[in-house]
Design a protein around this ligand. Structure first.
Ligand code: C5P
Length: 239
């Protein structure tokens, strides 16, 4: 399998074609951005930390019956994946109120959300990812009713599995964002699940273990990412 031309480049990852039909390479770059690209930096090793966390999480989810695009790691920052036709939805699952839900609604930061709250945004940078509802998703033909039900069901299953994984490491999974895509009629989990896309709090100290360290200058971002990867991947994932 050989890497071919660049297919797509995003804020932190680049996607390349391969010489194998239906397979792509995702390269996790060292770029980090926040606030709609308003804050940007290049931080050494950031790509490999996120790639390692994502690969570990995808394999854990696969073992537990979630279909993901993950195939294998090629090197510490390049992941071979199944080619998907991406659905432009940012599916956010929240267990604890933090971030935009606290800014936009009368939730107190740190309040438990039980059952978890699913928020779906339209992945469209030029429109600043506005929030959708089921009717808008159907009217915009972004997904069918059946696909939407499957996406929400998968999101809750992924949440339950990730809550368990993080709890084993004394970490609270506050919230996370995932994206899905189609290959034929099947929906797969795509993109990444990493410290960039999850909000994680240390259970004891409540300290941020994710991109909030970068967003709000809370400390040494890469030292935090490095510690979190070690913590998440250090013990066998719970069954
Ligand atoms: O900013 P907000 O509180 O809505 O983010 C919720 C969760 O989704 C956070 O974990 C954040 O890192 C993630 N997210 C993301 N990409 C976006 C928006 C949010 O990974 N474009």
């Amino acid at each position: 399998m050989k890497q071919k031309g660049l297919l797509y480049t995003g804020k932190a990852k680049s996607v390349y074609r391969t010489d194998t039909k239906g397979q792509l390479i995702v390269e996790f770059r060292d770029d980090i951005t926040a606030f709609d690209g308003g804050k940007k930096d290049k931080l050494k090793n950031k790509g490999s930390y996120n790639a390692e966390a994502s690969a570990f999480i995808f394999q854990y989810l696969e073992k537990n019956g979630v279909k993901t695009h993950f195939l294998e790691m090629i090197d510490p920052r390049r992941m071979l994946v199944r080619e998907l036709s991406m659905i432009p939805l940012e599916v956010i699952v929240r267990n604890v109120a933090a971030g935009s839900i606290v800014r936009n609604y009368p939730f107190k930061e740190g309040a438990r959300l039980n059952p978890p709250v699913i928020v779906i945004d339209f992945k469209d940078d030029s429109r600043h990812d506005p929030m959708l509802n089921d009717d808008l998703i159907i009217a915009l033909k972004l997904a069918t009713q059946k696909e939407l039900a499957a996406i929400k069901k998968a999101a809750l299953k992924i949440n339950a599995l990730l809550v368990k994984l993080m709890a084993a490491q004394e970490i609270t999974l506050v919230d996370f964002k995932i994206e899905f895509g189609r290959a034929g009629k099947t929906i797969y989990l795509g993109d990444e699940i990493s410290m960039d896309s999850m909000r994680l709090w240390d259970k004891k100290t409540k300290e941020s273990l994710d991109k909030d360290v970068y967003r709000f200058d809370k400390g040494d971002v890469m030292a935090t990412y490095n510690r979190v990867v070690k913590r998440i991947t250090k013990t066998a994932a719970p069954k």
